[in-house]
Design a protein around this ligand. Sequence first.
Ligand code: ZN
Length: 288
Amino acid sequence: MEHLRSRCRGLTNIELIDIPNEMRTFYADAEGIPQYINLMEAAQRKAARGNLPVTDQTMVAIASKSVLAASDFDTATEKWDELPDSAKTWAAWKAHYNAAHDAHERKLLAAPDASQFGGANAATHQRGNQSTGGRVGFSNGAPPSGDFMNQFDGYMDNLANAATNEKAVLERLSKSIADLTEANSKLVSSNIDLADTNAKLTSDLRKLREQLNAANKRPSPNRRPDFVTHTRNNPNGWIIGAYCFSHGFGCTKDHDSKSCRRRVDNHQETATRANTMNGSNENKGWDD
Ligand SMILES: [Zn+2]
């Protein structure tokens, strides 16, 4: 049982699935079929508590392989093999081999030295040595160590704890995934709202632009046809290219250096844009 004891602490997930393998060693440790069945069913119950159930089908498979490998109950095993698969339930296995066990015990009581089971090992080497009490000797015939069940309980409790911890982790993961899914769903919904808003704004903007274009095409009541252009930079109706030494680049019709009526002191009548003669730079660039 040393391997069990050493594995009682800190079981990994991989070890969790080893319960059926551990069960295969029970037969060698058990004193007889009834105790073997008890060991198997105790393990099955503990495994179920750890959320790693061992099915009855697996129980039958392990038990059948164990008795076959030990060459115990060969006659009973032959009869078992003849049964249809549907009849090979765990309940049937127990009844079948308990009966074989009982029959063997009666035979030993009647003739204590006649025969001794115990797997190949006992059958070849230790016949007669273990017949006391008439038990079917499994493997070496020694009864399981006194603290076997304690060790086994600890082992299975650890399995159950490990499985519970894993379950807690899975539950936290599931919760996180659910939260993320919900958050994502909210983002998608919010994104759809934003797309709707954007479409509406785009539509509004297009309407405004159309209204603006229509308004610009309408003749302005203030527009004076002589003026070359009215732009956002030219609300005063300045003439493109015009220049006045005293007033700079923003000049209305009939206003230039020569015609200026509000001149500065050193006003130069011949000043133009091409040669400002150091005149005013006011509004320079408005019609660039
Ligand atoms: Zn002027």
